[in-house]
Design a protein around this ligand. Structure first.
Ligand SMILES: NC(=O)c1ccc[n+]([C@@H]2O[C@H](COP(=O)([O-])OP(=O)(O)OC[C@H]3O[C@@H](n4cnc5c(N)ncnc54)[C@H](O)[C@@H]3O)[C@@H](O)[C@H]2O)c1
Length: 295
């Protein structure tokens, strides 16, 4: 049977475009792989010079992305250069401050000029600060909001504009946090100096909400927007967990997995959301948190 729009239904329920290259209705192409893969895709990841972002770059490259760009305010360090040397020509760095909209836009222009495509953007760069809410100055709270929320906003809107220009069914993935779901129990003050971060949690809740709303706005264009909420991941940013003498006790009490995750353990969730396997997945959050999400 040929649909009224000229497309041919696949045996698996999908619809192949008759010209084999372009779907007229947002349906997957007949040529779409059933493997979860980033084959041929060009992915930009903010804050990928270290920590979670760098591990995501590693995961994208391991899953056949053709080029990964780190958009990071810092210069590349030893770990980034090591990964780069394992993937000659496939991992690049562009110096970008995500709070600067013009810098974000020109970095995406440079990627498209070099590769003629952009398939996915991970808005991952972020910072934290931990102390009692009453001890934060307005300037400190504004800095957290500027980098975490406005940085994510700048990157997501710039990517969506680029996807529209390129007529690409692009994927945007934001790094939220389990802290977006509620107060971060495990870093509460229980006889130690650690405290949750009220402004950080609020920025992450804003990001999760932004992903859902943008997903609705851009669904008509087949631009997908999702988020991932990591739990406790072993990076520079989680110093407040590592340094807490009672963290193990708290984890046993709350029945969380009694360890921090390696950043690489997040890779599968991001790779899935960036891949064509997720062509009908938009507006969701995936918690990767070692049972913390079950609290
Ligand atoms: N580590 C955790 O346990 C954890 C848990 C939940 C969520 N997260 C989130 O994961 C993301 C990555 O965190 P991480 O743990 O890898 O931290 P990290 O400090 O190791 O890495 C953050 C990266 O972002 C970059 N960055 C900071 N400000 C920037 C700016 N203005 N412009 C461009 N780049 C900038 C830094 O240079 C750095 O490379 C953050 O959004 C963080 O909130 C982390």
């Amino acid at each position: 049977m040929v649909h009224s729009n000229g497309d041919i239904p696949l045996t698996n329920g999908g619809v192949a475009a008759t010209n084999g290259t372009k779907s007229t209705n947002g349906m997957p192409l007949a040529s779409q792989s059933l493997n979860v893969t980033l084959k041929d895709k060009v992915i930009a990841i903010t804050g990928a010079n270290q920590g979670i972002g760098l591990a995501l770059a590693e995961a994208c490259l391991a899953n056949a992305a053709s080029r990964v760009y780190s958009l990071d305010i810092k210069d590349p360090g030893k770990e980034f250069l090591e990964l780069q040397s394992k993937h000659p020509g496939a991992l690049e760095h562009i110096k970008v401050d995500v709070t600067n909209q013009a810098e974000v836009e020109s970095s995406l222009d440079a990627i498209v000029e070099a590769t003629h495509r952009l398939d996915g953007l991970v808005a991952n760069a972020g910072i934290t600060a931990h102390k009692s809410a009453l001890d934060f100055s307005q300037a400190e709270v504004e800095r957290l909001w500027k980098i975490n929320v406005m940085g994510t906003w700048n990157c997501a809107t710039a990517a969506a504009r680029m996807f529209l220009k390129l007529n690409t069914k692009g994927s945007i993935v934001m790094t939220a946090s389990m802290a977006s779901y509620g107060a971060n129990k495990a870093s509460m003050l229980i006889g130690s100096q650690t405290v949750p971060s009220t402004p950080y949690s609020a920025t992450k809740a804003a990001i999760r909400s932004m992903a859902k709303t943008m997903a609705m706005e851009w669904a008509d264009h087949s631009i997908r927007v999702n988020s991932v909420s990591p739990g406790f991941i072993l990076t520079e940013l989680s110093y407040h967990v590592r340094d807490a003498p009672d963290w193990d006790t708290k984890m046993k009490y709350w029945r969380g997995m009694p360890r921090l995750a390696l950043p690489q353990e997040l890779g599968g969730a991001y790779v899935y959301l960036l891949s064509d396997s997720a062509s009908y997945t938009t507006g969701i959050d995936i918690p990767v948190a070692g049972s913390v999400g079950a609290w």
